[in-house]
Design a protein around this ligand. Structure first.
Ligand SMILES: NC(=O)c1ccc[n+]([C@@H]2O[C@H](COP(=O)([O-])OP(=O)(O)OC[C@H]3O[C@@H](n4cnc5c(N)ncnc54)[C@H](O)[C@@H]3O)[C@@H](O)[C@H]2O)c1
Length: 433
């Protein structure tokens, strides 16, 4: 089976490299020339554990993987074409911007000349895959291609493992022919007994949004409980433990913090709300999740400013800029949002992140960046732990205290024990404690 993947972002590149690992001849296409040049030199455009080894193996040794700038030269002999381009939020309406998907559909329609399956792997609102079909059908007879929705559930930071050992694969097909081909494609996962959920195209599209929205809801829920815990002397970590042990609830995504960020949850929640509104359906539970999450950063910034008595010209240190550990992705990062709010009040932010500093600097040129957590924490009034990277879990606060007196720690991710920090003579504020 020959595969073509259009878009070499987090999803496209991981998908391409992992399918090559399964043994498929795979070409990955991107319109970004620099990105393709880098990839052809085994250079990954972003940080993701394990990806450079896979790239090197299949680009240079097995030669199963290749990269190209030209869609027209690359898809003509593909059996399955995956659309993995971005679907960001439209600035004003909150709905998904599908312009990249439409452009690719148009280009595909101009370049296929044998039967193939066109798969939407990007996260797209219900109805999009059928719309892709209509665009292609303007030029290609419907007998000569099928469309499938096969949403991706990988997480940045553990993307390769998530792709190779997924909890489930969802495929939404219109007929048995395309369903059988998709099942054959994912046959390497049968060995692991991965559940393969075969559904309609519409159900597959909705499954992705419903999954991300549910996880976002769980996060906002525990964050609201955390706010209550702070007021009444309870500890949200104990509460979450007590709740999560109940198998009906589960202990995942019950970590209180600064709110959800990243390239998926914020935009997917908004897009799902818009889809519901278009169909006149009440999904107000999600509007509440979205609004609460948006406002949370303001509240946290105000809390930091007031508890640390921060004034114009003061310095604070921020550890962690990526939206979560093990990635350099800063899209919708809560750390960067807090930074901006502090800077707006004339407060200087000194920061360190193990991988995300280059991307963060592009977003916020006033950020002062340092080579280590310790350097970023010199001469500061407060330390904010914004992302729970492993290397922030055992900081030597005695060393930090030498250059910064009366330090206050804002542990937004609850990675420290309050008592231990207070015993060192520092003030500690966790989330929901
Ligand atoms: N990032 C994640 O963790 C994740 C997880 C699951 C699903 N998704 C979904 O997958 C999709 C892709 O996300 P991403 O984070 O990989 O996006 P991304 O923005 O990192 O990458 C998209 C790539 O597509 C390329 N592209 C755009 N138009 C193109 C065209 N006409 N031809 C060729 N290349 C083109 C861009 O140059 C870019 O390199 C989104 O819908 C997203 O919601 C993302």
């Amino acid at each position: 089976m020959k595969l073509a993947i259009i878009g070499t972002g987090y999803v496209g590149l991981i998908t391409g490299a992992c399918f090559a690992e399964f043994g498929y001849q795979t070409v990955c296409i991107d319109k970004d020339e620099n990105r393709v040049n880098d990839l052809n030199n085994s250079k990954c455009p972003f940080y993701e554990p394990g990806i450079e080894d896979l790239l090197d193996k299949h680009l240079n040794k097995t030669k199963l993987l290749s990269f190209s700038n030209s869609l027209s030269a690359s898809i003509h002999d593909a059996d399955i074409i995956f659309i993995t381009v971005g679907t960001p939020t439209k600035r004003i309406e909150g709905e998904a911007d599908l312009s990249f998907v439409w452009n690719v559909a148009e280009e595909i329609s101009n370049n296929i000349n044998k039967y193939c399956i066109v798969v939407t792997k990007s996260t797209v609102p219900v109805g999009t895959t059928k719309e892709v079909k209509s665009i292609i059908a303007k030029k290609i007879n419907e007998k000569n291609f099928d469309v499938v929705s096969n949403p991706e559930f990988l997480r940045e930071g553990s993307a390769i493992n998530d792709f190779m050992r997924p909890d489930r694969v969802v495929i939404g097909c219109e007929n048995k022919k395309s369903e059988d081909i998709m099942k054959e494609l994912y046959r390497p996962l049968y060995l692991l007994e991965t559940p393969l959920i075969s559904t309609t195209v519409e159900s597959a599209e909705i499954t992705k949004y419903a999954s991300n929205s549910f996880l976002a809801t769980k996060i906002s829920f525990i964050n609201q409980v955390a706010d209550l815990c702070e007021k009444v002397g309870a500890d949200v970590q104990d509460v979450a433990k007590g709740m999560g042990i109940d198998k009906r609830i589960g202990n995942k995504f019950l970590h209180a913090g600064p709110g959800y960020g990243g390239s998926c949850f914020p935009k997917d929640v908004k897009a799902f709300i818009t889809t519901a509104q278009k169909h006149d359906v009440d999904l107000s539970i999600l509007s509440s999740v979205d609004t609460f999450n948006e406002n949370r950063i303001n509240k946290i910034s105000k809390k930091i400013i007031s508890k640390a008595n921060l004034n114009k010209g003061d310095y604070v240190s921020l550890l962690g800029l990526s939206f979560k550990p093990n990635t350099d992705d800063v899209r919708d990062s809560t750390s960067l949002k807090i930074t901006k709010l502090l800077q707006d009040r004339g407060i200087f932010v000194k920061a360190f992140d193990p991988e995300a500093m280059d991307n963060a600097k592009k977003e916020n040129t006033e950020l002062q960046l340092f080579d280590s957590a310790y350097e970023a924490c010199e001469d500061t009034k407060a330390i904010i732990i914004g992302t729970e990277w492993n290397e922030f879990r055992a900081l030597n606060f005695l060393k930090i205290q030498k250059s910064s007196k009366n330090l206050i720690i804002f542990d937004l991710r609850n990675i420290y024990n309050a008592k231990e920090i207070e015993e060192l003579g520092l003030q500690y504020f966790g989330t929901g404690k």
